[in-house]
Design a protein around this ligand. Structure first.
Ligand code: PBG
Length: 322
């Protein structure tokens, strides 16, 4: 036998030398939740280890993220009062706008302050947009609101805005509004391929979502990949600086296809349900938690993600240092 591939697997150093993929803290983004009026951080039941933050604990977590060398934090705001139009999202004193300002003040340029542009945390019906009289999500009216939100987020200090609502034309409208407001350097991380996924389940608890029904008229059908490529191409044409695929683990083929189709950086969102599954199995003693986390993150990078959004980001950075 001339060729024995096992020679390259004999010792940890040998294996590390030939590893084709790594997961670096500089490539990770930590999602964070901040709740208006909260007096103490509150655990999220379905996401063990993840908290709903107060403004104060949010600031501290962002500093930890910066100190750990993470790329950034993605901030989701949960207002005290939700209404049909999601008014708190366009209030400059609304929780997310205030939080973005506070975090930017705290971290400066040490890590990226990234904002979620969506209405689902702010609407009492839980949809990602405003509703027409028919009850359907009104695409164009929603996009106008997203554009206003983007400008507020940029003015509050976001380096990057991330529209997650899957409305048609959202990226172009946001780019024009940002430019008109002079925010030419604010980048757009577009959720180009966001699927209508059951794996967002725990997130709904995290943002106290009141959604009844589903998001299938705007988010992608899990059966489709060509349609994802079409969405992604539109986002790039409309000015997306980075493209996101979401969820990650069930969509590694989509991630690979998107990576090959575009020349902008590609991000993948390792979502709440993917996090919860590993945590729950580990809590039952059914899986080796640390190994499973490493394998999940490595697989997402191997499939083609330049950037990974994960609730394990801080832990991973600390693990890499120890
Ligand atoms: C919508 C949004 C969702 C997530 C991020 N942004 C939920 C949804 O579309 O229903 C899910 C993130 C996760 O599950 O970790 N603003």
């Amino acid at each position: 036998m001339i060729t024995r591939p096992r020679r390259l697997r004999t010792t940890p150093v040998m294996r590390a030398m030939v590893a084709e993929t790594s997961v670096e803290p500089r490539q990770l983004i930590l999602p964070l939740f901040v709740v208006e009026g909260l007096s103490q951080p509150r655990p999220i039941r379905a996401m063990p280890g993840v908290l709903q933050h107060t403004l104060d604990s949010l600031r501290k977590s962002a500093v930890e993220a910066a100190d750990a060398g993470l790329a950034g934090v993605m901030i989701f705001g949960i207002p005290a009062h939700k209404d049909a139009r999601g008014s708190a999202a366009v209030d400059p004193e609304g929780i997310l706008n205030v939080a973005l300002g506070a975090v930017r003040e705290e971290v400066g340029d040490d890590c990226l302050v990234i904002s979620d542009i969506c209405l689902d945390e702010f609407t009492d019906h839980g949809h990602c947009g405003v509703l027409a009289s028919s009850g359907a999500v009104d695409n164009d009216a929603t996009v106008e609101i997203y554009a206003q939100i983007a400008v507020l987020h940029a003015q509050a200090g976001a380096h990057v805005v991330a529209p997650s609502g899957m409305m048609d034309g959202q990226v172009g409208a946001i780019r024009s509004a940002l430019d008109a407001a002079g925010a030419i350097d604010t980048a757009i991380l577009a959720y180009g391929a966001k699927y209508a996924s059951a794996f967002y389940g725990p997130f709904r608890e995290a943002v106290a979502s009141s959604l009844v029904g589903d998001r299938k008229t705007y988010q992608l059908d899990p059966a489709n990949v060509r349609e994802a490529l079409r969405e992604v191409a539109l986002d790039v044409a409309e000015g997306a600086d980075l493209i996101m695929v979401k969820p990650a683990l069930g969509y590694l083929d989509v991630l690979r296809a998107v990576r090959e189709a575009v020349d902008v950086p590609v991000a993948a969102y390792n979502v709440s349900g993917e996090y919860a599954m590993i945590e729950a199995a580990a809590a039952n003693g059914w899986i080796n938690r640390d190994a499973a986390v490493a394998e999940a993150l490595t697989s997402i990078r191997r499939a083609g993600a330049d950037v990974v959004l994960t609730y394990w980001a801080l832990e991973w950075a600390h693990r890499r240092r120890s």
